[in-house]
Design a protein around this ligand. Structure first.
Ligand code: NAP
Length: 281
C-alpha cells in the first residue's frame, strides 16, 4: 500500500513552476501575476488567501490581494474585475468564495475573462472541459488527477467512481477521468446503494464533506482512493474516507491532511502560469 504524499508532490510541482518562471523572467523580463479579490472577514478565506499569496511569491510570481469589506456592492466588484480583465500585468484573477449574500456568485464567475479564470469556474472553461477541449481546469480535481497518475499512468478502461457532483470538485473530476478514458460513475446524496457503486471502483474519489463516510467495506481491493474532503471532527481535520481502515485495502490512498489539499494551491499557480504563457502568444 502506498500513501500518496501530496505535500511532496505539491512541492515538486512548485519547484517546476519556479524554474519556468525564472526562465521567463530572464528572457522576457516579466513574470506572471495572480490577483485575488477577498471580500469580508471569513477566517478560512483569509487563511486560504494568505497561503495563495505566500505560495505565489515563493515561485516568483507577482501577487496582489484586493480586500473589500463584506458590505461592498456587486457593482464595485464587477467594475474591479472589468479593470483586471483589461490589465496586461494580471495573468490570473480569483475571487475567493464564499461571497456575501448581496453578491451573485454566478454573475461574478461569468464576469472573469475565461483566459484569466484560474479557478476554471467560468462556463466557457467548464464547457471546454466537458467538450474535451483545452481550457482552464478547476485546481482541486486537477491536483487529484496528478496524484492518481503518480500511481498509475494509464487509466484507460478503469472504472472510476466519484462521490459528489459539485461544480468545484465532483463534476470536473468526473470530466477529467472521462478524458483519461475511464468508465465514470458519479454518485451523490440521492444515489441508491452507494456502497455497491463504490465497490466497483478501481479509482474512488470522495468529494463529499461527510467525515469518514467511506468505510473499508466500500472499497475494492487495490483501488486507488483519493480523499478530497476536509472536515472537522472532534477538533481534528479528517477526510471523507476512514483512512485507518481503508489504507489496508487500497493500493494507494491520500491522507487528510497532506494529500489533495497541498496540490490545490500548486495547481492554482500552474493555471496562473498557463494563463501568462497563453497571453504571450
Ligand atoms: P459540496 O458542494 O457540498 O458537494 C458535496 C457533494 O457530496 C454533493 O454533490 C452532495 O450530493 C454529495 N453528498 C453529500 N452527502 C452525501 C452522502 N451522504 N452520500 C453521498 N453523497 C453525498 O462540497 P464540495 O465543495 O465539492 O466539497 C467537498 C469536500 O471537499 C468538503 O469537505 C470540502 O471542504 C472539501 N474541499 C477540499 C478541497 C481541497 O483542496 N482538498 C477543495 C475544495 C473542497 P447532492 O448534490 O445530492 O447534494
Amino acid at each position: 500500500m502506498m500513501i500518496i504524499d501530496g505535500k511532496k508532490e505539491a512541492e515538486l510541482l512548485r519547484e517546476e513552476i519556479k524554474k519556468e518562471i525564472l526562465k521567463i523572467k530572464k528572457s522576457k523580463n516579466k513574470v506572471p501575476g495572480l490577483t485575488v479579490i477577498l471580500i469580508g472577514n471569513y477566517t478560512p478565506s483569509q487563511i486560504y488567501v494568505k497561503n495563495k499569496e505566500k505560495n505565489s511569491k515563493e515561485v516568483g510570481m507577482n501577487s496582489d490581494v484586493i480586500k473589500y469589506s463584506d458590505d461592498v456592492s456587486e457593482k464595485e466588484i464587477l467594475n474591479k474585475i472589468k479593470e483586471l480583465n483589461n490589465d496586461q500585468n494580471v495573468s490570473g484573477i480569483l475571487v475567493q468564495l464564499p461571497l456575501p449574500k448581496q453578491i451573485d456568485k454566478e454573475k461574478i464567475i461569468n464576469s472573469i475573462h475565461p483566459s484569466k479564470d484560474v479557478d476554471g469556474f467560468n462556463p466557457v472553461n467548464v464547457g471546454n472541459l466537458s467538450s474535451g477541449y483545452q481550457g482552464l481546469v478547476p485546481c482541486t480535481p486537477m491536483g487529484c488527477l496528478m496524484l492518481i497518475k503518480k500511481v498509475e499512468k494509464n487509466l484507460s478502461g478503469k472504472h472510476a467512481v466519484v462521490i459528489g457532483r459539485s461544480n468545484l470538485n465532483g463534476k470536473p473530476m468526473a470530466q477529467l477521468l472521462l478524458k483519461e478514458n475511464c468508465t465514470v460513475t458519479i454518485v451523490h446524496s440521492k444515489t441508491k446503494n452507494l456502497q455497491q457503486e463504490c465497490l466497483k471502483a478501481d479509482i474512488l474519489v470522495a468529494a463529499v464533506g461527510v467525515p469518514n463516510l467511506v468505510k473499508k467495506d466500500w472499497v475494492k481491493k487495490d483501488a486507488i482512493v483519493i480523499d478530497v474532503g476536509i472536515n472537522k471532527l472532534n477538533d481534528k481535520i479528517v477526510g471523507d474516507v476512514e483512512f485507518d481502515q481503508v489504507k489496508d485495502i487500497a493500493k494507494a490512498i491520500t491522507p487528510v491532511p497532506g494529500g489533495v489539499g497541498p496540490m490545490t494551491i500548486a495547481c492554482l499557480l500552474k493555471n496562473t502560469l498557463e494563463c501568462f504563457k497563453a497571453s504571450q502568444t
